[in-house]
Design a protein around this ligand. Structure first.
Ligand SMILES: Cc1cc2nc3c(=O)[nH]c(=O)nc-3n(C[C@H](O)[C@H](O)[C@H](O)COP(=O)(O)OP(=O)(O)OC[C@H]3O[C@@H](n4cnc5c(N)ncnc54)[C@H](O)[C@@H]3O)c2cc1C
Length: 466
């Protein structure tokens, strides 16, 4: 048993996901999923045409899209190190929230203004794709298409957001869907009494574990073989012509010409060249049971990002139905102790951090005094806290595409805490590439492509703008 401060052998991310992680609110409410522990003792097949590694939303959607494109279900194997979708996809804060302009200046510094506009436009497209997908397939994942507010809690941050907005607009970015509020108007629109300014645009929330499970189930129903508790341990060449790979698992080896790595922060375990380019960061979220002031007709109808600075913010969604509030906390919050901040470079999702819980609840009470934390009845208030591991990249964008020098191997990972706002274009994109299409047919920003020249530029260890 690894204690909270125990070292996991090797560099962060250079090991398989730890055994016995904690459960998130999303996992606690989906324990009946029939494929949760699918084939957990069964040997893997000796061969497969496609092996997808990792059953989060990236891996599950990649497998689903392969089948949608005409690949036979029985040609695809999906490997998962723990139970079904046990990584960040089932542990996040529930937001499907495109960045509408805020990241523009930071992305511009990293990738230039043209790519920065494309990065932001892609997130807008993802929201549309998720909405279309959920409707077309009638996916019961509690998807709620609504609006979100970026609420600026300080004058400095209000100034920063105004600059980003202006710069994005000047670069040709579409801002027609964004509403701006100031002073009293911002406070009324967002329900945040300390709001300085606020921006509102379309966004959604979902039950991410239900979405991942729906995708897995749909692929299994079409014949895909799914193996849980079955980590890919090693990949070696299986022929001298470099066209077949052998994927070693605890339950046998699979020979395959095509591997798609959807392993999130654990990508460097099988792809050691990525060890300083994909870094695990532990993030924490909390579920709260609403008091009467946030129940029924008084529930929040939009989602929120309450922002003190780029590194210090709180994300809020309130679910329709059970009314649960999900409160996420930024990882680099400068008000936290040095010890807590140091703990975030970590791939151990078994524990949560008490100091982060205290900070979250204190800020929640301060921002929403009407929640009346002091007068909770039994059953109201903090319900659960959990952690998950997100994958940061030094240039704040994911790695998508063919892995040069490893013919037949592809990657779709490194979502920098924005997976719900990126995967629904990246996974279909990687499937197009697997099928021999050109990058431009993916429609993705060019800077997402996994190229040797991009890797060569990433000399610094992972240091994202978020
Ligand atoms: C607390 C928290 C809050 C977040 N909030 C949001 C949010 O509100 N909005 C948003 O857009 N994003 C959010 N994110 C980020 C988002 O959840 C991720 O970007 C997204 O889930 C990544 O999906 P994925 O499929 O790439 O990774 P994962 O869901 O982590 O899936 C990777 C899978 O690969 C498996 N795996 C790894 N190595 C191996 C191996 N060797 N063999 C077999 N299997 C392996 C893992 O067990 C895991 O199941 C949050 C994340 C956290 C942790």
């Amino acid at each position: 048993m690894i204690a909270p401060n125990d070292e996991i052998p090797g560099l962060p991310g250079s090991h398989v996901p730890i055994a016995s992680p904690c459960l998130s609110y999303w996992q606690k409410t989906t324990r009946g999923f029939p494929h949760l522990n699918a084939n957990q003792h069964a040997p893997v097949p000796a061969t497969a045409k496609y092996v997808v590694i990792g059953s989060g939303i990236a891996g599950a959607l990649t497998a689903f899209e392969l089948l949608e494109s005409g690949v036979k279900g029985t040609d695809v194997v999906l490997l998962e190190a723990r139970e079904a979708a046990s990584g960040a996809s089932s542990r996040n804060a529930g937001h499907v929230r495109p960045d509408a302009f805020r990241g523009f200046m930071a992305y511009s510094r990293l990738h230039g203004p043209e790519q920065a506009v494309k990065i932001i436009q892609n997130e807008k497209l993802v929201l549309e794709r998720v909405d279309e997908f959920v409707k077309a397939h009638d996916v019961k994942c509690d998807f709620n298409l609504t609006t979100t507010f970026d609420v600026c809690m300080t004058d400095e941050f209000a100034k920063y957001e105004a600059e980003c907005f202006e710069a994005y607009q000047k670069a040709g970015g579409d801002v027609s869907h964004i509403k701006f509020f100031q002073g009293n108007e911002a406070q009324e629109a967002s329900r945040v009494k300390a709001a300085v300014t606020a921006y509102e645009w379309p966004a959604g929330s979902s039950h991410p574990a239900k979405l991942a499970q729906w995708l897995i189930n749909a692929a299994v129903e079409k014949g895909m073989a799914f193996f849980t508790h079955c980590p890919a341990l090693k990949i070696t060449k299986a022929d001298s012509a470099d066209t077949i790979w052998s994927v070693l698992t605890p339950r046998g080896s699979i020979s395959t010409p095509t591997i798609i790595h959807c392993t999130n922060a654990h990508a460097p375990f099988l792809l050691p060249n990525l060890v300083s380019h994909v870094t695990p960061n532990r993030a924490q979220a909390h579920s709260l049971i609403p008091t009467p002031s946030f129940s029924s007709g008084k529930a929040l109808t939009s989602t929120l990002s309450l922002r003190y600075s780029l590194a210090h913010f709180y994300s809020v969604i309130q679910r329709t139905g059970d009314g649960t509030i999900v409160l996420g906390v930024s990882r680099s919050n400068p008000t936290l102790s040095a010890a807590t901040l140091a703990e975030r470079i970590n791939a151990n999702d078994r524990y949560f951090n008490e100091e982060i819980v205290e900070d979250a609840m204190k800020q929640w009470g301060k921002i929403f005094p009407e929640y009346e934390q002091e007068q909770l009845v039994h059953g109201e208030g903090l319900d659960h806290a959990w952690t998950g591991i997100i994958a940061m990249t030094p240039d704040s964008v994911p790695f998508v595409g063919a892995i040069e020098d490893l013919p037949g191997q592809y990657i779709c990972a490194g979502f920098n805490g924005h997976g719900m706002a990126r995967i629904f274009t990246c996974a279909p994109g990687v499937v197009k590439l697997v099928q021999g299409k050109e990058w431009k047919e993916t429609g993705l920003p060019e800077c997402f492509e996994m190229t040797k020249s991009r890797l060569a530029k990433l000399v610094e260890p992972s240091k994202s703008v978020w």
